[in-house]
Design a protein around this ligand. Structure first.
Ligand code: FES
Length: 134
C-alpha cells in the first residue's frame, strides 16, 4: 500500500500513514487499545474506562492533552474522575489532595502516587495502553 497501513476500526477501514501508522504498529507491540474519540472527553473533565485491571480515569486538559490514571486516589481511594481538573492536575473530591496528571504523584505536602497509564491521541482518536482487555 505504498507506506499506508490499512486498519480495521469501529469507524470502518482506515488508511493511515505517518504518526497514526506508527502508533498502529506500536499498538501491536504495546497492546494499544482504541477507546474512543478525544471529543468524548470534556475539556477539564474526565471519562472512565472499565478494564479487567480496574477503572482507569482519562482526563483532558484545557489544551487537549489527555492523561490516564487509575481511578483511585492514593490517599483513601477516592474517585479521581469526579475531581476538579485544573491545569495538569486534578483535585480529589473526597479530601482535596491534588494529583499531578502527568505522573500520578500527589502534590506536597501529601505523599502518594496514582498509577499512570500510557495514553496517546492521533487524529482525534484516543488509544490506551493496558495490560488487560478493555
Ligand atoms: S481519598 Fe482523595 S484526598 Fe482522600
Amino acid at each position: 500500500m505504498n507506506g499506508y497501513l490499512q486498519v480495521n476500526s469501529p469507524f470502518g477501514k482506515l488508511r493511515a500513514n505517518g504518526l497514526y501508522a506508527a502508533m498502529q504498529k506500536r499498538k501491536m507491540r504495546m497492546n494499544w487499545t482504541q477507546i474512543g474519540n478525544l471529543e468524548d472527553i470534556p475539556r477539564q473533565g474526565s471519562r472512565v474506562v472499565n478494564t479487567a485491571a480496574g477503572e482507569i480515569a482519562l482526563f483532558r486538559s484545557v489544551d487537549d492533552q489527555v492523561f490516564a490514571l487509575d481511578n483511585r486516589c492514593p490517599h483513601k481511594g477516592g474517585p479521581l474522575s469526579q475531581g476538579i481538573v485544573h491545569g495538569k492536575r486534578v483535585t480529589c473530591p473526597l479530601h482535596s489532595w491534588v494529583i499531578e496528571l502527568e505522573s500520578g504523584n500527589a502534590v506536597e505536602p501529601d505523599v502518594g502516587c496514582a498509577h499512570r497509564h500510557e495514553v496517546r491521541v492521533a487524529h482525534g482518536v484516543v488509544f490506551l495502553e493496558v495490560r488487560a482487555e478493555v
